[in-house]
Design a protein around this ligand. Sequence first.
Ligand SMILES: Cc1cc2nc3c(=O)[nH]c(=O)nc-3n(C[C@H](O)[C@H](O)[C@H](O)COP(=O)(O)OP(=O)(O)OC[C@H]3O[C@@H](n4cnc5c(N)ncnc54)[C@H](O)[C@@H]3O)c2cc1C
Length: 470
Amino acid sequence: LWLAEAVWITHGGGVGRAIAEWMTYGVAGLDMREADISRFHRHALTPGYIRARGAESYKNTHLIIHPSEPMARPRDLRRTPFYERYAAQQAVFIELGGFERAAWCDANAGIEEPDVPARTGWAAQYWSPVQAAEHLRTRAAAALFDMSPFTKLDVVGPDALALVQWVFTNQMDVPVGQVVYTLMLDFHGGMRSDMTVVRLAADRFRVLSGAGAGPRDLAWLRRQARARGCDVRIEEVTSAYGALGLWGPKARAILSAVTEADVSNAAFPYYTAREIVIGVAHCLALRVSYVGELGWEIYVPADLGLHVWDTLWAAGRPLGLIAAGAATMDSLRIEKGYRRLGFDLDANHNPFEAGMGHVVRLKKGAFIGRDALLQIREQGVARQLTCLTLDRPGDVVLGREPVLDDGRAVGFVTSANTGYSVGKHIAYAYLPIALAQPGRKLAIEYFGEALPATVAAEPLFDPAGERVRG
Ligand SMILES: Cc1cc2nc3c(=O)[nH]c(=O)nc-3n(C[C@H](O)[C@H](O)[C@H](O)COP(=O)(O)OP(=O)(O)OC[C@H]3O[C@@H](n4cnc5c(N)ncnc54)[C@H](O)[C@@H]3O)c2cc1C
């Protein structure tokens, strides 16, 4: 059964076209993640949730929603194991996949003194200078980030390797304990999703994808497994584990104080995973970072989450460890040039345009999107995800604004934030190759004003990647 309903008359033609393509080719020509029936978490499919959310959406229909404004109701549905500790740090909570997740913690006010102009007006809403303080402290010492809402899927069985090789772009036939960052494409070569995958055993992979993308990723994996007749089980284990990012130059000193495992660079290199014991908890630690710093993602059974938090906290506080939030993670990742799914990465663009060719292994054999990519590579790409910085201190954009060349719109901002360590406001946009040259002067339109901006070589922060490998 197929069902499509345009929300407005203006959407009617586009919705008709998208559903026709979806029915004919299995995917629509445009990114439809926000209309995909498989995007809902299970709790969001209950009558109670639908009623509450429907009432809230009705109220908001004709309001202008700030891009960082969290949904007001229904809230406080899912709590991560670390919720109470964040609340004690005066966290400002936002909603993610039904979870309460800290955006930043007011208890961190004044811990660092960032040299950034205060935001005003629209840009100051749902923002706090505390984000800048958390950002700088992460780079100077270390911070804990609550990664628990991210979707965790186990792909298990005799055909597990065959399935992950088919759905993911990177080489998945790696030694047990290896971590792989990869994209998942649709058949046109558009980017459906990105994820971190750990090979836990010859026939077992753990797939870690975004909280928002998780349900769609799960549905797609199951659909492809069915279509290929793969002998696999795909289980969602999100709620079984809490997850913490422990990141910053002091991360190793903190972790080595609470585990007997050898966490030196030689014993625990970048992009590997090990089971380690922290306090009394068996944890899966991944040597990866979404903020461009030394550190680990630590997965702990949910019931031992507080124990692990408290153990790390006691060891880390004397070294400057703080609890930091998701808003801070975003400013850290953008100055490191890490792409954000659903913003910088979507199915309207392919990996070559997004500067993600390094996670595509065309020679590994067949995978979804490969044929399309071979053709795209042959033809070459016309646009490229490009880093811009705003020229005037204090200028801010938030995302989705038009990028102007001599007054003509040539693209739009996919994501933007302040790089507090590099001292620049940063915006990414897909731009024609001719314009995507470092030093090129452009502008970004914000509330009717053309803010001067310059194309920059990326990433702006630690281009050699020495900190993550430290
Ligand atoms: C009171 C009201 C006011 C609105 N005001 C606005 C507005 O000011 N601006 C705006 O942009 N939008 C407005 N909308 C929303 C807009 O009308 C809808 O979003 C839009 O019409 C949806 O288009 P659609 O093509 O998806 O569906 P529809 O326009 O509902 O078209 C579906 C068609 O399919 C036919 N159909 C159904 N079942 C079958 C079947 N089994 N076999 C054959 N045919 C079938 C139906 O008869 C209908 O003609 C309003 C809606 C309402 C109800």
